[in-house]
Design a protein around this ligand. Sequence first.
Ligand code: DGL
Length: 274
Amino acid sequence: MSDDRPIGIFDSGIGGLTVTARIRQALPTERLLYFGDGAHVPYGPRGLEEVRRFSFAITEALLAKGAKMIVIACNSASAAALRPLREAYPDVAFVGMEPAVKPAVEHTRTGVVGVMATVATFQSALYGTIVERFAQGVEMIHQPCPGLVKQIEAGEFDSEVTEQLLRGWLEPMLERNIDALVLGCTHYPLVRPLIERIVGPEVRVIDPAPAIARQVERVLHRDGIAANVTSIGELRCYTSGDPEQFLRMMERLGLDGPPVRQATWDQEATLTLP
Ligand code: DGL
């Protein structure tokens, strides 16, 4: 059995491309349909209810394009909508993101772990559950990073302003002796080199994207919906923001594909993918 329908992937913007790059690498025969919600980025400061509404409309649009499964390549949207989406679409397989607290806790020797994520993610019940399950006996530093997604969307991966923002959050964590740092937002791996330069080699920086790609592969095989082994995969992107800017970001990440297409929201309620 094989299934050549595409995998639908979404994020508030370009962040989910960090996950998509891993999926593309691991599953080159799969067709990927990616939507970045440039019209509404950042999701982090928005209420969970609003992010949930966007996530439902995006899921609808990706399913209308024939998606066989949905990857929520966004921690904030997963925190807001993963569970209700699974309930609303019991026949669709969803893979979502969650901050990689468990591997960080397993790694730490100092007993202090830092987590960088958005306010939406920290506010969610999902995050509370993860901390309760995996972080007993460990000191957790929950660090929201307001303004960082905006810098990344602007392509400022290594600018003075981005570095100052990061130092403001990371240096106090270093003073408290963290030795593991979780990247709890899919945008943040885009500034990983800068983060690693600031925290140094003693701190393990953890990005769950490779684990998510493996999870997608497992689900495809579990549900018998993997593409034919001889199929030629591709990445097709849509954005509700600026397609030119989106394409430049794809190129910087070494991703190619057909021209990025413009998607439009109608009354903030329904999304159309051309
Ligand atoms: N990349 C997203 C996440 O993983 C959203 C960031 C944002 O839009 O604030 O949380």
